[in-house]
Design a protein around this ligand. Structure first.
Ligand code: E4P
Length: 217
């Protein structure tokens, strides 16, 4: 499973790149607003930093506007993926952008039917939001299981980006289901490394190492 960071924060991206586990980045208007920086400045920086796909979102509500914005965003780099919301107008825009070779990530997906429509329109990626479903007492992971089954049933190439991730178990469950990608906040990625027994074990090893005669380092 590929790991994407869901962020507009360049320092977080640099850290994940240093770890060597970053495959791509997703952003949205909320995440960009949090940076307090100019959209074009942040977008250009992220697109340059990351080799993998970088999703940048359109904000128009009609297909014409989405297509115009999508084309503009695609000019920022070969790795740009245009993020389009799951609406009837969005579905029209997906087909035009994909036919021009511009990959689309369909965002704000909350049902298997929406994912199926996005795939039928030829989207490269779909982003089902699991955390926001859990927030309203839904079952986010059930959505991922259902989308995965449907895509497998019909050999659909559209890749599943598990989005709106809140904690490490979301990442683990997404991997167990076989989702293609998990996009996560930096705090979740950091937590994936942790286990108290690792810390405890390391502490003991270092303590015992001090007792070893003829240590070469
Ligand atoms: C997906 O690409 C979105 O940016 C994101 O995962 C939304 O997550 P949230 O529900 O934490 O805002």
């Amino acid at each position: 499973m590929q790991f994407f960071l869901d962020t507009g924060n360049v320092d977080e991206i640099k850290q994940a790149l240093e770890w060597g586990i970053l495959d791509g980045v997703t952003t949205n208007p909320t995440l960009i607003a949090k940076t307090g920086r100019s959209f074009m400045e942040v977008a250009k920086e992220i697109v340059k930093l990351v080799d993998g796909p970088v999703s940048l979102e359109t904000v128009s509500l009609n297909a014409e506007g989405m297509i115009k914005e999508g084309r503009m965003l695609a000019e920022l780099g070969d790795n740009v993926v245009v993020k389009i919301p799951m609406t009837p107008e969005g579905v029209k825009a997906i087909q035009v952008l994909e036919s021009e070779g511009i990959p689309v990530n369909v965002t704000l997906i909350f049902s298997p039917a929406q994912a199926l429509i996005a795939a039928k329109a030829g989207a490269t990626f779909v982003s089902p939001f699991i955390g926001r479903l859990d927030d309203i007492s839904g079952e986010g992971m059930k959505l991922i299981r259902e989308v995965k089954t449907i895509f497998d049933n019909y050999d659909i190439d559209t890749q599943i980006i598990v989005a709106s991730v809140r904690h490490p178990m979301h990442v683990v469950e997404a991997a167990l289901i076989g989702a293609d990608i998990c996009t996560m906040p930096f705090e979740v990625m950091k937590k994936l490394f942790n286990h108290p027994l690792t810390d405890k074990g390391l502490e003991q090893f270092l303590k015992d190492w001090e007792k070893v005669p003829g240590r070469p380092f």
